[in-house]
Ligand binder design. Sequence first.
Ligand code: 4NP
Length: 161
Amino acid sequence: MIKVLFVCLGNICRSPLAEAIFNQKTEAMGLSGQFKSDSAGTSDFHIGELPDERTIRCAHLNGLKIEHRGRQVNRTDFRDFDYIIAMDEHILRNLNNLKVRHKFPEKEIFLMRDFVPGCEGLPVPDPYYGTEDGFYEVFRILDESIDCFLAKVKETHHLYA
Ligand code: 4NP
């Protein structure tokens, strides 16, 4: 089982949407049995909460179920997940500091758009303080990024579907 964790700040916008898109794609490929996915936030702002209502609307309009409850990244995540994927550089920096503090200094943390040729280093922009349109832009970015991530993972782990 390949374990994938998507991480943003609040765990109510970008990362739960990433998780829902990822689950839909792996199911459609007949590979859902090969993966376990989850999402988390670096902050404790929204622990236990459902995703932002704009995230839920965006997911539903794209035919995705979304039932995640907000949680904060914790020590065991660095041990348990094969791929920990940050939504932007700020989150990446936080995770790289946290992994040292939690005694997993060797753990590689990935940046979501680094999987997309030509988009290396770019953020999945935080849509929280913006308009609802921002959520549809985030969806498009995540859809593209996760396609590229899955292509890489399938190649790395010799998954055929
Ligand atoms: P997310 O968006 O990190 O994509 O879940 C945010 C959600 C909440 C806040 C910031 C960003 N906040 O400041 O509460």
